[in-house]
Design a protein around this ligand. Structure first.
Ligand code: NAG
Length: 371
């Protein structure tokens, strides 16, 4: 399978995350905020990112910009040693502070724009920012569990729970959505996708990656005979599964990959090839059994199979070799059209499973402002 890198990078638009100055309402305290998520547009979504990183050597001229002084409270909060005191020189990768504007919502449709007057981020010249990233990237939005990450700062400024929810779309033509703050989150036609959700403990690795426990894997409701020590092994990162928006397809450690794909092929040959519903209607499900038997992450349909060429469909998993970063890295393709809510206060991940089985999807948030 040829990974289509750009297709799978999930990026943010400038239209709702604006580092400029429309007039917001003073002291407006919404309990929920919303961002549009595109593919291939300016801000890369990074779950392990510890801050917002913006390219500010061009197009960045605001009178409210401020670089915190060394040893200031802002610098210690950010644990930053890159602050400096000279506002007239170039700004290479320094801690910065400016007003941030973001759309509020009551759950459906965007409401008034909310303002965070002293938002901390990192200001980077494009030569630094562009390293290893697509050319049009103007920044990275860090959603990690860290003192100045985007969810932490928004929650602490507005006084809501440090929770955010990711709903990535499979469509290249429409927008997915990220919510900050708790549900309800309504999708067309009026479905609250924030309930019911199942949940599992969420851990954060030293490098800031989010992990969940996977205790076994089932194909077609049958247990795959795996050496489960591979799943819990500390040899690969934390053990268990890392969640990554910047990894295109789910990566399995080599022996897990081999066992699962062989089991899948066997099950596939047993499946009667009748009544194909949607394009992938006849394929067996793959279930990641999480911390307990009755909490599963079911991967099926469009999250499971990838159309490589017309008429050629592959399993959307990749062999990670014998020394991967984690036993399992759940990639963007498997996250699409699932709601994932990260509750940083309770350290748990809340999951919807595919919204398509609830007759909606992540492109169904109505971004038309209410009058
Ligand atoms: C989206 O919201 C607007 C404003 O409330 C409304 O007029 C429109 O009908 C909604 N669109 C859909 C498809 O529900």
């Amino acid at each position: 399978m040829a990974p289509l890198l750009h297709y799978l990078l999930v990026l943010l638009s400038f239209s709702s995350l604006v580092l400029a100055s429309p007039p917001p309402q003073a002291n407006f305290k919404p309990n929920k905020l919303v961002l549009q998520v595109h593919k291939d547009i300016p801000f890369l979504v990074n779950l392990k990112g510890k801050f917002l990183w913006a390219n500010c050597d061009q197009q960045y001229l605001t009178s409210t910009y401020h670089a915190p002084y060394c040893h200031s409270t802002q610098c210690s909060k950010a644990n930053s040693h890159t602050c400096h005191t000279c506002p007239y020189t170039a700004r290479p990768g320094e801690l910065a502070q400016d007003e941030l504007f973001i759309l509020s919502t009551q759950g459906s449709n965007p409401g008034p724009i909310a303002r965070v007057p002293q938002f901390l981020f990192t200001c980077a010249p494009s030569f630094l920012l562009q390293k290893g990233l697509p050319k049009n990237v103007r920044g990275v939005i860090g959603l990690g569990h860290a003192p100045i990450s985007v969810p932490t700062q928004l929650a602490s400024h507005f006084g809501f729970q440090p929770k955010f929810a990711l709903c990535l779309t499979s469509s290249t033509r429409s927008n997915g959505v990220i919510f900050f703050g708790d549900g309800p989150y309504y999708m067309h036609p009026g479905i609250d996708i924030s309930r019911p959700l199942s949940y599992t403990p969420l851990t954060v690795s030293q490098k800031g990656e989010y992990y969940i426990q996977v205790s076994s894997i089932k194909v077609n409701n049958k247990l795959v005979p795996l050496d489960t020590s591979l799943l819990s092994s500390k040899q690969h990162g934390l053990g268990g599964a890392m969640i990554s928006t910047t990894t295109p397809y789910t990566i399995l450690e080599h022996s897990i990959f081999t066992t699962v794909t062989q089991f899948f092929s066997k099950e596939l040959s047993g499946v009667p090839q009748t009544k194909p519903v949607a394009p992938f209607g006849v394929f067996p499900n793959i279930d990641l059994v999480l911390h307990t038997q009755n909490v599963i992450w079911r991967i099926f349909g469009a999250n499971l199979m990838v159309q490589a060429h017309p008429g050629v469909t592959c399993l959307g998993f990749v062999d990670g070799g014998s020394h991967p970063k984690a036993s399992i890295v759940i990639g963007a393709y498997q996250l699409e059209d699932n709601l994932l809510q990260f509750d940083l206060a309770k350290s748990r991940l809340e999951l919807s499973s595919s919204l398509k089985s609830r007759r909606t999807n992540c492109a169904n948030f109505n971004f038309t402002s209410s009058p």
